[in-house]
Design a binder for this molecule. Sequence first.
Ligand SMILES: NC(=O)c1ccc[n+]([C@@H]2O[C@H](COP(=O)([O-])OP(=O)(O)OC[C@H]3O[C@@H](n4cnc5c(N)ncnc54)[C@H](OP(=O)(O)O)[C@@H]3O)[C@@H](O)[C@H]2O)c1
Length: 328
Amino acid sequence: MEYRQLGKTDLVVSRICFGCWQLSPKFWGEVAIEPWHEALKAALDCGVNFVDTADAYGDGYAESSLGEYLAAQKLRERFIIATKFYWNFEGKQRHPDTRYEYILRECEASLARLKTDYIDLYQIHAFDPLTVPEEVGAAFGRLKKEGKVRWFGVSNLNVEQMRMYGRHFEVSSLQPPYSLLSRTIESSELPYCRAERIGVIPYSPLYRGLLTGKYARDHVFTDSRSSARYFTGTPFQAIMDGLDELRPIAADLGLDLAQLAIRWIATHPAITAPIVGIKTPDHITGIAKAVEAPLPVDLWHRVAGIVAAARQAADEAADRAARKPAGV
Ligand SMILES: NC(=O)c1ccc[n+]([C@@H]2O[C@H](COP(=O)([O-])OP(=O)(O)OC[C@H]3O[C@@H](n4cnc5c(N)ncnc54)[C@H](OP(=O)(O)O)[C@@H]3O)[C@@H](O)[C@H]2O)c1
């Protein structure tokens, strides 16, 4: 496993991060906990020392599951733990919340669920239009002073928003969506983070599994993916066509499509470590191989071009379907 310094912090993280969103039944259905525990163990065995979760994943369930397992196995010190706050799920309707008192309260709740007395990387999950960044900065300053959090990061923010928050606390990392199928951060956020030495830990690097190419053409998704743009009908078939074009390229490199998609991301110089969503040990074993070497530049562009063409065909198909009158 390769390791890289996260931005300007003293955290040295594996180039693969173990993502915990999968323990959110609302989005992913029920995930068996035993294989998930085994996956955490398998992650350690292949050198993964970095795990990403959030208070809101399963309304605390992902943090509790992680905390209980790490405490029982005495593994806390073996992992760099990143978690997030933003979604206040105390009432019936969850809503964004980054107010001073809420951050302090929610950080205590995360520490209790994670069964730890410090969080390595505490991230604001998204931009909150109602709270001024000064307030977030003040809460972060206090958490740092009290030794409850080591470093702070942001997620789903653009450059302007990072600059705004950056005036009130040190932004050590950005967690954006990034994959062969979602590349909007390439022209702005990635160059900015590179110039400012902000670590980048992209989420959904496999586009929620789609880029693994492991689903049959007649596969029916039964979780939240069933209503997502590229996961059904003609758009799904168009993406599958693109993935079929990638298979020989992956095979020539001795990789499967999941590994190729991760190698493609990890090759970008701004990327610290993609966060891969894991349910079972087989999701994590083998992924380490993806970051063993970069893709040659010409191949990086070729792979990107194939998926961009497939995505364009999928978008055209989705737009055509949306224009069709009902019942036709
Ligand atoms: N900050 C944010 O707003 C945000 C948003 C989303 C995610 N995240 C974080 O990023 C993580 C990853 O994102 P994600 O879960 O959306 O998507 P992802 O990593 O692109 O996809 C995860 C899915 O890919 C499949 N998979 C994973 N590894 C595989 C392997 N080696 N071989 C074959 N299939 C594999 C599994 O699909 P099956 O379930 O079909 O087996 C898994 O559920 C999350 O767990 C979370 O920590 C953050």
